[in-house]
Design a protein around this ligand. Structure first.
Ligand code: CO8
Length: 373
């Protein structure tokens, strides 16, 4: 069976960054205007006044301090509070393919791999802007990759780890030698910035990973020793937007079609599942927990990550052991653990072992044991 290695990674970070101060100022201005507009109804008790958001709450509850978005102006405009991402002509590169190409070029450069050598492209993310033609095939075309195949897949926040598994399976079975797996996440596109409970949670980004058969070069990389995927149905995180929207009588883009979750329940239910998954996985892979030098965890909530790492290690993790990027990037869905890996692996020596792990809607959990070779 062929061994599979991560040869290189890349991250495309949008230029527009929004601090909590800016986000809260815009939200609170929206609240002020709405409450003013509804003053009589609020006084009469027929409409409930909206409550203000606060930077202190956001930082305490989540650890998030800023996020990057594809359209800062639209998100911060109290009259709009949504990104403006105009539809492009069919002969122009789509926005998700554009992000993908940027991240992919960096990953290919870091891997020392020519785009033309890729034989499988996977676009794996929480939302693709259209069902077909696949964004992955557009990325393949934009990178002039011939003699290859490509497809899109979606397992919400676990899209990247499930995508890595697919890449490894293709390499092990011999259907591909070099795989490009990309995660263009435009979370701002399905987030309700008028909802105080979740307006601060997400950010946009694109990550890319080049996975290769070990014998394609002697450059080294991170060998994928083992991966383990698990799912268990839950209604606690949902996005109901879909192609049947036109037929169910409700307006496309209506609030219930956007991201919504039971954050507390997710926190409570997912942390033990993830810790158990990592421990069982390491046991199966015969890798002692004490050998793990780094945990590149999904980046949704700082306390969640600390709790999971504590359960796995049996003690408090250091920031070095479980690096955090959500303070800067917020929750970028499937890309979070890949950003953490991209920014925090260079210092580890050959022989070092780490776990990359995602968790989110579905529920879905994916863990990948990596060793530097
Ligand atoms: N400012 C001030 N107060 C607030 C705010 C705010 N912005 N928001 C809520 N409050 C208030 C609430 O109203 C509540 O008040 P009260 O006690 O009077 O009712 C109080 O603060 C506490 O609210 P919560 O219970 O909601 O607060 P939590 O401490 O639970 O924190 C979190 C909320 C941060 C959401 C937390 O529950 C959390 O992080 N949970 C885990 C969530 C998670 O990991 N979800 C999975 C990620 S999503 C995913 O996997 C797939 C989706 C991918 C698509 C992405 C595209 C968008």
């Amino acid at each position: 069976m062929h061994r599979a290695l991560i040869r290189g990674t890349g991250v495309f970070t949008p230029e527009g960054r929004i601090s909590n101060d800016e986000l809260v100022a815009s939200f609170n201005e929206y609240v002020r205007r709405e409450n003013e507009r509804n003053a009589d109804a609020i006084a009469a008790g027929s409409v409930k006044a909206l409550s203000a958001s606060s930077v202190e709450f956001i930082e305490k509850a989540s650890g998030i301090r800023s996020r990057y978005v594809m359209d800062r102006a639209g998100v911060l405009d109290p009259d709009r509070m949504a990104p403006s991402l105009p539809e492009r002509p069919e002969d122009a590169l789509s926005i998700q393919a554009e992000m993908s190409v940027k991240a992919a070029r960096e990953a290919l450069a870091n891997a020392g791999t020519a785009a033309s050598d890729i034989d499988l492209v996977i676009v794996a993310c929480s939302n693709t802007q259209r069902p077909y033609p696949a964004i992955a095939i557009e990325v393949q075309h934009a990178l002039a990759i011939q003699d290859a195949y490509a497809y899109d897949m979606n397992v919400a926040c676990s899209s990247a780890t499930f995508g890595l598994q697919n890449a490894v399976d293709a390499i092990r079975s011999g259907s591909a030698r070099r795989v490009l797996m990309v995660n263009p996440e435009i979370c701002s596109g399905h987030l309700d910035f008028r909802d105080r409970d979740c307006h601060f949670i997400f950010g946009d980004v694109c990550t890319a990973v080049v996975i290769e058969r070990a014998d394609t070069s002697d450059r080294g990389g991170w060998e994928i020793l083992s991966s383990r995927l698990r799912t268990a149905f839950s209604n606690n995180i949902r996005n109901d937007a879909g192609f049947l929207d036109r037929w169910d009588g409700s307006k496309p883009g209506a609030r219930n079609k956007l991201f919504h979750q039971e954050g507390r329940k997710v926190f409570k239910e997912v942390c033990p599942l993830v810790a158990a998954q990592i421990l069982e996985h390491l046991d199966e892979a015969r890798v002692p927990v004490a050998d793990i030098q780094r945990f590149w965890l999904h980046q949704a909530n700082l306390q969640m990550n600390e709790l999971i790492a504590r359960r796995v290690l049996g003690r408090d993790p250091s920031r070095e052991e479980a690096p955090v990027v959500l303070d800067e990037y917020a929750n970028t869905s499937s890309a979070g653990s890949v950003i953490a890996f991209h920014k925090h692996h260079q210092d580890l020596e050959k022989g070092a072992t780490g776990v990359l792990c995602s968790f989110g809607a579905g529920y879905s959990i994916g863990s990948v044991v990596l060793r530097r070779v």
